[in-house]
Design a protein around this ligand. Structure first.
Ligand code: ZDP
Length: 290
């Protein structure tokens, strides 16, 4: 049976989206996802995302396989793409069309069940999606890391990686992140250092690794080594986690632009409800059949 897919990207973090609304199990295996993500022998993507029926009263469920076949709890850029894809499936294809105000049904809000809880993306306009990413989790036990006792936060602690001591802060956005502030992100040898963070024994579920350069209190530059995907052009959960880490360490404001290799994201850690809000684009690239 042919399976249709749509390729989407959020700032160059690219995904294969699958309409999985008629079954609560993904129609592809992790092994098939690995093959499809291959950039030479497959379609090419950082991950495969499935739009499944909602659970616990939500509109839909999102599941995702990384390009190595592992399954993360959440995916920030991916959930923006999923929101755009759902609007496509529901025939709300003009959601991004600012010029066509009459037929533009925005804002459209979806409540999405994920392994990180209920996440709420809202299609606002012009291809932009604002996502309520929920509460950041800060305790070592919930990240998880053994860098500190389970009930303590992991703010600015020393971590030995590749013969160097790094000053790290850890935040979970449902998935785990380790953030290091540096003078110059361009100088980081991500390809060699990234995997050493990812597989460090203090991170039992492995880790997504972000390096952040504070340009101004409201403007950060980020490079990322993702768990299960390696270097990517953007990471939404990573940008959220990094802003939270910047606030915790007193380095940035609660609202900031995070510049990723693939482009900028707007992130806010709300003082009012303590939730993190991410705004950025989701773009359809093409559709096809397997
Ligand atoms: O936690 C992980 O294993 C990540 N690789 C998941 C993907 C995160 C993503 N890049 C994001 O934008 O949050 C999709």
């Amino acid at each position: 049976m042919a399976i249709e897919f749509t390729k989407y990207h959020g700032l160059g973090n690219d995904f294969i989206l699958i309409d999985n609304r008629s079954s609560s199990l993904p129609v592809l295996t992790p092994e098939q996802a690995i093959k499809l993500c291959d950039r030479h022998f497959g379609i090419g993507a950082d991950g495969v995302i499935f739009a499944l029926p909602g659970e616990n009263g939500t509109d839909y469920t999102m599941r995702i396989f990384n390009s190595d076949g592992s399954e993360p709890e959440m995916c920030g850029n991916g959930i923006r793409c999923l929101a755009g894809f759902l609007a496509d499936l529901e025939g709300l294809g003009t959601w991004g069309d600012e010029g066509d105000k009459e037929n533009n049904p925005c804002p459209i809000t979806y409540r999405i069940h994920t392994l990180a809880g209920v996440i709420t993306p809202q299609l606002i306009s012009d291809g932009q999606v604002k996502v309520d990413m929920g509460l950041p989790r800060l305790l070592a036990g919930e990240i998880p890391t053994t860098l500190a006792p389970d009930e303590e936060k992991v703010i600015s602690l020393p971590l030995e990686v590749a013969g160097q001591t790094w000053d790290v802060t850890c935040v979970s956005m449902g998935n785990p992140h380790c953030i290091t502030f540096v003078e110059d992100v361009a100088a980081i040898e991500l390809e060699t250092i990234g995997p050493k963070f990812e597989h460090h024994p203090v991170f039992p579920q492995r880790i997504n690794t972000e390096f952040i350069q504070v340009v101004r209190r409201d403007y950060l530059k980020m490079r990322v080594w993702e768990r299960g995907a390696g270097i990517t052009l953007a990471c939404g959960t990573g940008a959220c986690a990094s802003l939270v880490a910047g606030v915790l360490t007193g380095k940035c404001d609660r609202i900031a632009t995070i510049e990723l290799p693939g482009g900028p994201l707007q992130i806010e850690w709300s003082k009012v409800d303590q939730r993190v809000y991410m705004t950025g684009p989701a773009e359809r690239v093409f559709t096809g059949k397997l």
